[in-house]
Design a protein around this ligand. Structure first.
Ligand SMILES: [Zn+2]
Length: 197
């Protein structure tokens, strides 16, 4: 996956970690019954355990993808998982903790980032039968979308309630055949409607 990450580490003595509105672009949300909803998709945000960059009271690591695709696609998918948060540990995303996002914004974002390519009916059929072979992939399939060429991502399971588990898998088309490019990973929802996007 293309990752052009600009990193800026600042020492911010005396600044509370939650007082940093400059860290992310505008994220339109609404609040209903104490829950935060994505204003674009009208679904509550979901939180899972993942990894984020350092955010302590005296040190913050800013992570931002500076590609033109990011600029363009983030505007249309404002509540996607931010660049300073990932499902898996990386050198930059080294702190285990809660990460929060709108799952539809996140899927839309990666689809847009990959050029909004569409999949043929045959592709979708092949991908579906491949994914259904894996018992560890949570069903039902929620969405299948093309990302950067010639790859696709499948999300399955449930994403509505605390305790729901969803899976994702990355596939790649080689010589006309879909194969697994990134193994299945599954995530349990630990909170719904949090506002700390
Ligand atoms: Zn959304």
């Amino acid at each position: 996956m293309r990752a052009f990450l600009g990193i800026l580490a600042l020492l911010l003595a005396g600044c509370a970690a939650n007082q940093r509105p400059w860290l992310h672009p505008y994220r339109p949300t609404t609040t209903e019954g104490g829950f935060t909803y994505c204003a674009k998709h009208h679904i509550p945000t979901i939180s899972v355990i993942g990894y984020h960059s350092v955010r302590t009271h005296d040190r913050i690591v800013f992570v931002h993808d500076y590609s033109p695709e990011c600029e363009k696609c983030w505007q249309d998918s404002p509540n996607r998982l931010a660049d300073d948060a990932k499902f898996h540990r990386t050198k930059i995303h080294s702190v285990r903790g809660r990460i929060t996002f709108c799952p539809l914004c996140d899927a839309d974002y990666w689809h847009c980032y990959g050029g909004n390519r569409s999949l043929s009916d045959e592709d979708v059929q092949q991908i579906t039968s491949l994914v259904m072979q894996y018992p560890q992939f949570h069903k039902p399939i929620l969405r299948i979308f093309a990302v950067y060429s010639p790859c696709a991502v499948v999300i399955g399971g449930h994403q509505e309630h605390v305790g729901d588990v969803f899976s994702d898998i990355g596939l790649e088309k080689r010589r006309g055949r879909w194969i697994v490019a990134y193994p299945i990973s599954s995530h349990r929802i630990i909170a719904i409607g949090r506002d700390n996007l």
